[in-house]
Design a protein around this ligand. Structure first.
Ligand code: NAP
Length: 330
C-alpha cells in the first residue's frame, strides 16, 4: 500500500490503497472507475490523512501558465497542479501586481479557490475570473464564473456537497493594470512605498519568521479558522478579557484571532504524543515526533474543548481531515 507521508505536509505515516498522478483531464479520466472512492490531492498542504485511506489518491499535476496581455490588464490561465507561490512569484517578476499579498501560501493553484485563500487583506476570489472543472461523475467539463464560485471567508462552492465529484483543472485570473495595492494590515502598513514587489517581499519575510517550514517540521498551516462571533458576545468577553483582539466584520459580527484564543487557553508551545501547538504561531499544529493521526485528533479536540469552555466559541478546522472513508468532522 502506498505511503502518504511524502504527499501531505503534516507527514503522518498513513497509507492509501492506490496512488497515481494525472497531468491532463484525459489522464484523470483513465485513472479511476465510476463510483470508486477517490481523493484528489494537490500539494497536500491543507489535508491531513489521520488514518489509512481506503481508496485511491489522485494527485493533480496539470501544469501550464498562459498569459494574454490586454490594454487594461492581463488574463492568466493556470493549470491546477502549478505551485501557488511559484505562480505568484512569476506574476511579480513579470511586473503584474495583484496577488502579492498571497505570497508563500503553501499549496497548488487548484487548491486556492477551494478555500478562497486569503491573507493580509486580499482573498484570491477577488482576482479569479473563472474556474474550469471536470465532473468525475458525469464526465463533463465546465466553467464557473466568479459569482458562480460563491466565494466567502475561506469558503466557496468547491467546499459544498454538490461539488464532491468535481476536480478543478484550470484557474483563470484577471489582473487589471495599476491594481491598487493593499497595505493596511499589521506590518504591511509600515512599508514606505508599498509597491507589489515591496509587499511580496514583506509578506515572505513575515511568513518565514512566524510560520514553520513544512520541509523541516510537518504542519498544515492554520489548523482552525479564525472564528466570527456576535458583537454582543464579543463585548461580554472583552469586558472579562481586556486584551482580547477583535476585528469588525460587519455591523453584527466580529472576527477573533484563533491564535489568541488558543494561547489564552494555555496551548501555545504545548505538545502531547508528538503533536504540538507551534511556539511562534499557536494556530499552527505541528508534527513534532512521528505523530499518529489519533494524536492529532485528540490534541485538536482538547483545544476545541478548552476554548469552548472558556470563551463559548467553537473552533472549526480549516484543514481537511481525511479518515478511512474520506472527510471526517471534528
Ligand atoms: P494575523 O495577521 O495575526 O490575524 C489574525 C486574525 O485577525 C485574522 O482573522 C485576521 O483576519 C484578523 N486581522 C488581523 N489584522 C487585521 C486587520 N488589520 N483588519 C482586519 N482583520 C485583521 O493572522 P496570521 O495567522 O498571522 O495570518 C496572517 C494572514 O494570513 C491573515 O490574513 C490570515 O487570514 C492569513 N492566512 C490564510 C490562510 C489561508 O488562506 N488558508 C492560512 C493561514 C493564514 P483575516 O483572516 O481576514 O486576514
Amino acid at each position: 500500500m502506498p505511503n502518504l507521508s511524502h504527499f501531505h505536509t503534516f507527514k503522518i505515516n498513513s497509507q492509501c490503497s492506490q496512488l497515481c498522478e494525472f497531468s491532463s483531464v484525459e489522464e484523470l479520466q483513465a485513472s479511476y472507475l465510476h463510483n470508486e472512492q477517490c481523493y484528489i490531492l494537490g500539494a497536500g498542504s491543507n489535508t491531513v490523512f489521520v488514518d489509512d485511506f481506503e481508496g485511491k489518491v489522485l494527485i493533480n499535476k496539470i501544469r501550464g501558465i498562459n498569459a494574454t496581455l490586454h490594454s487594461d490588464g492581463v488574463r492568466i490561465s493556470v493549470g491546477a497542479g502549478e505551485n501557488w507561490h511559484d505562480f505568484v512569484a512569476y506574476t511579480i517578476e513579470q511586473g503584474w501586481g495583484g496577488l502579492e499579498n498571497l505570497a508563500l501560501i503553501p499549496g497548488s493553484v487548484g487548491a486556492a479557490p477551494i478555500q478562497n485563500i486569503g491573507a493580509y487583506g486580499l482573498e484570491v476570489g477577488e482576482r479569479i475570473e473563472r474556474v474550469d472543472v471536470f465532473d468525475m461523475n458525469t464526465n463533463e467539463r465546465f466553467s464557473l464564473n466568479q459569482s458562480q464560485c460563491h466565494f466567502g471567508y475561506r469558503n466557496s462552492i468547491f467546499k459544498q456537497p454538490e461539488s464532491a465529484t468535481w476536480v478543478i483543472v484550470q484557474v483563470h485570473f484577471w489582473l487589471p493594470n495599476n491594481v491598487a495595492t493593499i497595505a493596511t494590515y499589521g506590518d504591511l502598513a509600515a512599508i514606505a512605498a508599498p509597491t507589489p514587489t515591496a509587499i511580496f517581499n514583506k509578506v515572505i519575510d513575515i511568513r518565514q519568521r512566524k510560520l514553520p517550514d513544512p520541509a523541516v517540521l510537518g504542519n498544515a498551516g492554520s489548523f482552525f479558522k479564525n472564528p466570527e462571533i456576535s458583537k454582543k458576545h464579543f463585548s461580554a468577553l472583552s469586558a472579562q478579557y481586556h486584551s482580547m483582539p477583535g476585528f469588525e466584520v460587519n455591523e453584527q459580527r466580529v472576527k477573533v484571532p484563533a491564535a489568541w484564543l488558543i494561547e489564552s487557553a494555555g496551548f501555545k508551545g504545548k505538545s502531547e504524543k508528538g503533536v504540538g501547538s507551534y511556539q511562534h504561531q499557536p494556530l499552527v499544529l505541528v508534527n513534532l515526533d512521528n505523530a499518529q493521526g489519533s494524536a492529532v485528533i485528540s490534541f485538536a479536540r482538547s483545544i476545541q474543548f478548552e476554548v469552548e469552555r472558556l470563551f463559548a466559541i467553537k473552533l472549526e478546522p480549516e484543514v481537511r481531515l481525511i479518515g478511512r472513508s474520506g472527510p471526517i468532522l471534528l
